[in-house]
Design a binder for this molecule. Structure first.
Ligand SMILES: [Zn+2]
Length: 242
């Protein structure tokens, strides 16, 4: 009996060790990137830039978070919004709790769990043929996906329907897209209605880092809401009060 209790305790302590190690910064789905230090205002580097990509959907209404690898006040505010959104201690410092949440939110290719590269590109599989390099188009799409993940969470974690993302020049011409369309840069996404209305999507998108929002009432956008990352803000969805 005593032996059985002892072996049981040994098994429990093994479980405890595994849990402690698992909570120490390398959790599930960090196959693409692992943070190795706590980050707070004043820090700089590639790890800050990787954090900024994941926080790009939390810049505050009408704002866009710079992805410059410099942890300044805007990054701190974005981090606090992210922490609040997920019920974490909102201290503006990225440590184990923040990293564990990010790891839980991303797949092994660094895309957020509810969006995929394939979903953001139904034009080709190479991301080539647009207005920027294939690598840049794909990187732009990744940022858009993190913004969409924030939008999705804010709307109650119900699905968001992507109807178009990256387009090569050929694909853009085939669908009659504008010659300067942001779809050619990989940072534009068209969203379809259901479960959210197009206006609900357009209105909420204002909080999640999209410089471009086009929706119902704007020419050619009565059947989808378009969001993008153009250089300066242009929002128009007159039927939605935007
Ligand atoms: Zn569009």
């Amino acid at each position: 009996m005593l032996r059985r209790v002892l072996s049981c305790l040994a098994a429990l302590s093994l479980v405890a060790v595994v849990l402690v190690v698992g909570g120490g910064g390398s959790a599930q789905a960090d196959g693409c990137y692992t943070w190795n230090r706590t980050l707070s205002q004043g820090a700089s580097g590639e790890d800050v830039r990787q954090l900024q990509i994941r926080l790009s959907g939390y810049p505050g209404t009408g704002a866009v978070l710079g992805l410059d690898g410099q942890f300044g006040p805007a990054t701190r505010s974005a981090l606090i919004r992210f922490q609040q959104a997920y019920g974490l201690g909102a201290d503006g410092v990225a440590g184990n709790a923040t990293y564990s949440k990010i790891y839980a939110l991303q797949d092994d290719d660094c895309t957020p769990v509810n969006f995929t590269y394939a979903e953001l590109n139904n034009c080709n599989s190479t991301w080539a043929g647009g207005n920027v390099s294939a690598a840049q188009a794909k990187a732009n799409a990744l940022v858009s996906m993190w913004k969409l993940q924030a939008l999705r969470h804010a709307l109650g974690d119900q699905s968001i329907r992507v109807t178009s993302g990256f387009r090569s020049v050929a694909c853009n011409n085939a669908v009659g897209g504008a010659s300067n369309s942001r779809h050619l840069y990989g940072d534009a996404v068209d969203l379809g209605a259901g479960p959210h209305s197009l206006c609900r999507l357009a209105q909420q998108a204002r909080n999640h880092g999209f410089n471009g929002i086009l929706g119902p009432g704007y020419a050619g956008h009565n059947d989808h809401t378009h969001v993008d990352h153009r250089p300066s803000r242009f929002w128009s969805a007159p039927s939605c009060g935007i």
